[in-house]
Design a binder for this molecule. Structure first.
Ligand SMILES: [Zn+2]
Length: 369
């Protein structure tokens, strides 16, 4: 029996953790499952959901949210480039391979066979390398995340942070708008020996009660959402007073190439010129990215009533240098050298390849702005 067929046999189909057949009879796993399902709410009205066979329903809204391959899908809208059905279908294709592939093989399978439109080979290899070295990257800022009871990783992608954060938090939930990526994430978490509490949802309509989490993280998320302000506000809603938000995002005014398309100088152009410039240089479309500067990001945080903002520089790891041109490697080493000198750090934040921010939700903020 495949694990996800097993799911439907469990009366309350207690979500994603049941994906490993052995966990369904493990009392600790049962507690963790209850931890996730008791925290899920309707993404629209934020009321409690009723559990049905292979779905959750919200009486006030009259909406039903399916559980597909054991993953609850609480999206209120989908990626504009792929329908919900196509996304589920891609998830099924990935899951069929997950039964006999390692995570690394599955990731390559995804980029080579499932991801559309086809990605240029050099960028594809870059993306694969980047995802496979995620853990090294997370370890460079893991100390900043602290510890606590509950952590939510919004836009978790392949989920290495969800796995690593389990060392410091009792319950870690990963959510992403891309269903297919959650299927990949689950494979990685299985290999890490970690629990996979995964939910498919929209970052600006989080399906959780207010003040649920001690820490919310958003890694490489804000540059891909349609409204970063709404996402930061929604992160604030699900955070307890004094809880932390950690953001990592590609910087608009980076001196390095734009990481999604590998083109230099994109961020320094007026926004309306960016798509034409990227099309001319690489023949790629540039409409899924909206990079912010550190000044814009600071304003968004302040408006969402976050306080004690701390910006820091990313640490360039050896994994980051792999596959780079000599010029890029030289630049990265120069960046590493300068960022080790305290007096330069402050000046480098506005032009750093990535912006890292740790902020605290104001304690008197009970209902948001
Ligand atoms: Zn509702």
């Amino acid at each position: 029996m495949k694990w996800y067929e097993h799911v439907s046999d469990i009366a309350d189909h207690n979500l994603v953790n049941v994906m490993w057949p052995s966990s369904s009879c493990d009392p600790i796993a049962a507690d963790e499952r209850a931890g996730l399902s008791s925290r899920l709410r309707c993404p629209l009205c934020k009321q409690k959901l009723e559990s049905e066979k292979q779905a959750f329903s919200c009486s006030p809204c009259g909406r039903t949210y399916p559980v597909v391959l054991g993953i609850p899908d609480l999206r209120v809208y989908c990626d504009p480039y792929i329908t919900v059905e196509q996304d589920h279908e891609k998830g099924r294709i990935v899951q069929a391979q997950a039964e006999h592939m390692s995570f690394a093989e599955l990731l390559r399978f995804y980029w080579e066979n499932v991801s559309l439109p086809p990605t240029p080979v050099d960028l594809r290899e870059d993306f694969i390398r980047h995802v496979l070295s995620d853990e090294t990257r997370v370890e460079t800022f893991q100390q900043q995340l602290g510890d606590g009871k509950t952590c939510l990783d919004v836009g978790c992608g392949a989920s290495s942070l969800v796995g690593l954060a389990q060392q410091k938090f009792d319950l870690v939930i990963g959510c992403d708008v891309a269903f297919r990526w959650l299927v990949l994430a689950r494979k990685r978490l299985q290999e890490m020996g970690a629990t996979a509490n995964l939910v498919c949802c929209c970052a600006d309509y989080l399906p959780f009660a207010a003040e649920t989490f001690d820490l919310v993280t958003a890694i490489s998320l804000l540059e891909h959402v349609r409204d970063a302000r709404a996402v930061v506000r929604e992160c604030g809603r699900v955070q307890g007073p004094g809880a932390r938000l950690f953001v990592w995002m590609a910087n608009r005014f980076s001196l390095a190439p734009e990481p999604h398309v590998g083109v230099w100088g994109v961020g320094f152009l007026p926004r309306r010129w960016m798509p034409g410039y990227v099309k001319w240089r690489r023949g790629l479309s540039y409409d899924k990215q909206y990079l912010l500067s550190c000044f814009e990001l600071r304003r968004i945080f302040k408006n969402a009533r976050y306080e004690s903002l701390t910006f820091s520089l990313p640490r360039v790891t050896d994994a980051d240098l792999k596959g780079r041109s000599r010029f890029e490697k030289l630049g990265a080493r120069f960046f590493r050298l300068l960022s080790s000198i305290p007096v330069f750090r402050w000046f480098m934040i506005p032009i750093s390849p990535a912006l890292l921010v740790l902020a605290k939700k104001a304690r008197d903020d009970a209902s948001g702005p």
